[in-house]
Design a protein around this ligand. Structure first.
Ligand code: FMN
Length: 332
């Protein structure tokens, strides 16, 4: 039993982040050449990434590299600091399931940029691809341009989060305009789009094509599943948390894997073989990661699986990736 499970979820998360930042975690074995891959012109030492939301203020980058991640998506960061939603806003439901209603709490763009700047000279920098997740909850193009200007020179890629279910009701995102705003200031830094779980193939196709036309370099599928889309989950063997009598938050965990695999397959079909697609959602074992790679993902990200399974999940995914690569090798 992991003693962190005895603590309230946000306290456990803060302690875990403290341990990772201060390198109180065991160092992973050095990566073998067989896990290396090239994506958008960068070399990843392995295809296992930390999903957005786990290190919102880019606080522990060196520690994540030590734990064995090949890439980290820090953030989501917004232009100004945000408190997020009132607690309780994070529920660990057991059996690998989490619902969060965090609402993008973070210390804002200036603090985030300073943390990335500190990391540029760290010895771990050369082995870690650093992504930065950006959002404007109000869909404000000027805020996105400022974020992109400040962060792009410090990151290997930007990820535009157009899919957070926890920031209140706004107009459906005009994806094309938002991607354009970020791309316009990103220079050579590639811009990926983090998608919401989407059931309709037509809607996904429209979003993906709009994003590509606006200059997006790739996709991350998927963000958490909100209550109003829960029909995409096979079943929900838990009570959905409520605030003032209404269900809140987005689901992450094993039930999301079917959706993330299907979306990766569909995006791959829409965007073609050359566009980077990162699979995210429901990976809690090496076999889960295999399913995403086999659906067409170039790399995978994890969050909830790390909470429940711990760092051994990172090694399990690398093993699965190496096994798939061996299968792909033509016999001598
Ligand atoms: C507590 C929590 C906070 C999250 N915060 C963010 C966020 O700030 N930005 C974002 O793009 N995704 C966020 N996510 C979604 C994850 O990045 C990921 O898309 C989702 O959890 C599915 O992956 P998983 O099943 O491996 O957790 C968050 C997820 C959790 C559990």
């Amino acid at each position: 039993m992991n003693p962190l499970r005895l603590l309230p979820p946000e306290t456990a998360h803060k302690l875990a982040l403290f341990a990772v930042k201060n390198k109180l975690v065991p160092a992973a074995a050095q990566d073998e050449p067989q896990t290396r891959l090239e994506l958008f012109g960068k070399t990843f030492v392995n295809p296992v990434g930390l999903a957005a939301g786990a290190d919102k203020n880019a606080k522990a980058l060196a520690g994540w590299a030590r734990l064995g991640f090949g890439f980290v998506e820090a953030g989501t960061v917004t232009r100004f600091p945000r408190q997020g939603n009132p607690a309780p806003r994070l529920w660990r439901l057991g059996d690998g399931h989490i619902i969060n209603w965090m609402g993008l709490p973070n210390k804002g763009m200036d603090h985030f940029a300073a943390r990335l700047r500190d990391f540029q000279s760290a010895p771990e920098r050369k082995n870690l691809i650093v992504g930065a997740s950006l959002a404007s909850p109000e869909n404000n193009g000027d805020d996105l341009r400022l974020l992109s200007t400040a962060i792009a020179p410090l990151a290997d890629y930007l990820s535009l989060n157009v899919s957070c279910p926890n920031v209140g009701a706004h107009e459906a995102s005009p994806v094309r305009e938002l991607v354009r705003a970020v791309v316009s200031e990103a220079g050579k830094t590639p811009v990926l789009v983090k998608l919401a779980p989407e059931e309709s193939k037509d809607a996904l196709q429209k979003t993906a094509e709009d994003a590509l036309n606006a200059g997006a370099a790739g996709f991350i599928a998927t963000n958490t599943m909100p209550w109003n889309k829960r029909g995409q989950l096979r079943n929900t063997p838990f009570d959905w948390p409520q605030k003032d009598g209404a269900p809140v938050g987005g689901y992450s965990g094993p039930l999301l894997l079917d959706t993330s695999c299907r979306m990766v397959r569909e995006i791959r079909a829409i965007a073609g073989a050359a566009i980077p697609v990162i699979g995210c959602g429901g990976v809690q074992s090496g076999d889960d990661a295999k399913a995403l790679f086999s659906s067409g993902a170039n790399a995978v990200q994890i969050y909830t699986g790390l909470v429940y399974k711990g760092p051994r999940l990172i090694a399990d995914i690398k093993r699965a990736f190496r096994a798939l690569r061996r299968q792909d090798q033509p016999p001598p």
